[in-house]
Write a protein that binds this ligand. Sequence first.
Ligand code: A2P
Length: 333
Amino acid sequence: MLTFGIVGATGAVGREVVEVLEKRNFPLSKLKLFASARSAGTKLQFRGGEIPVEELTERSFDGLDVAIFSAGSGPSLKFAPIAARAGCVVIDNSSAFRMDPTVPLVVPEINPEALKEHKNIIANPNCTTIVTLVALFPLHKKFGVKRVFAASYQAVSGTGAQAIQELKRQVSEIEEGKPVTKEIYPHQIAFNVIPHVDVFLENGYTKEEMKLQNEGRKIMSHPDFLASVTCVRVPVYRAHSVAVAAEFERPVTPEGARTVLAAAPGIKVVDDPTRNVYPLAIHISGKDDCEVGRIRKDCAFENGLSFWVVGDQLLKGAALNAVQIAEILRKYL
Ligand code: A2P
């Protein structure tokens, strides 16, 4: 039985980690919850009891076997190496260590073998990357993906608990005829779509947009993979949707793709457009598996396929993926 910590336990992802550990009956002998000093003393429910949240300090990891970090890159950069030195294996949800060649970047359905060697820090990939790759990787194995064009439709909970409040508040303000206030996003998110997720880079893409290519190459062991992505924030509370057009080395048909995806782990085919059946953010919220639909021959690519993939980014895109990593690690610890 492992001793377990959650850093950022009061946040949008951290709270999900607590629930996922409970739901999956993860075998642990102790659970410690950490957040900033602001939250010290807050109590969270776990297995019928209450666990007090403690302020994160350099001593927090003494005696812990595993800690899942979901407090953002700043706290990860500072505290993950401290935890690793104390002998605690860190599963980090931030982008701080993902491209470090000594750090495994893992989606259990794709590259669990990468967990065999680590230096006590393991990175959980970007949420949109996980959701997209759960559908793309099985197709890659069969048909060999060359490049993709994609647009994401990302929920506000991906920004964190405060962004959920921002959408709720703006909807109320608009309904009450009050001026709209902005704290988190540069523009009103209620009843709007914002083509801006994360910071802009010199190449005109945002950092989030380059993650599918950069992280995808590492996770799929596919150094030539190309991805041109536009990430868009939409007024959805939960679950990310991604429209993908992919070009493959080998001929691919929608029927062939459906067969491959129907047998793939972590994803369900939901695809009957004539009956208005396709994956939807409101249907996938709270579910473990991602869903893929609108599978069709791409009319612009040779050997191309277009599809629509949706996943609960707080679960498979973050908390669930991290706990699945911990479940595999248990075998080696
Ligand atoms: P707190 O609630 O005390 O601010 P979200 O992604 O939903 O915004 O949540 C971020 C999580 O990370 C929260 O649990 C937050 O705690 C925690 N957090 C943010 N900064 C720190 C920090 N410097 N040290 C520890 N926890 C932090």
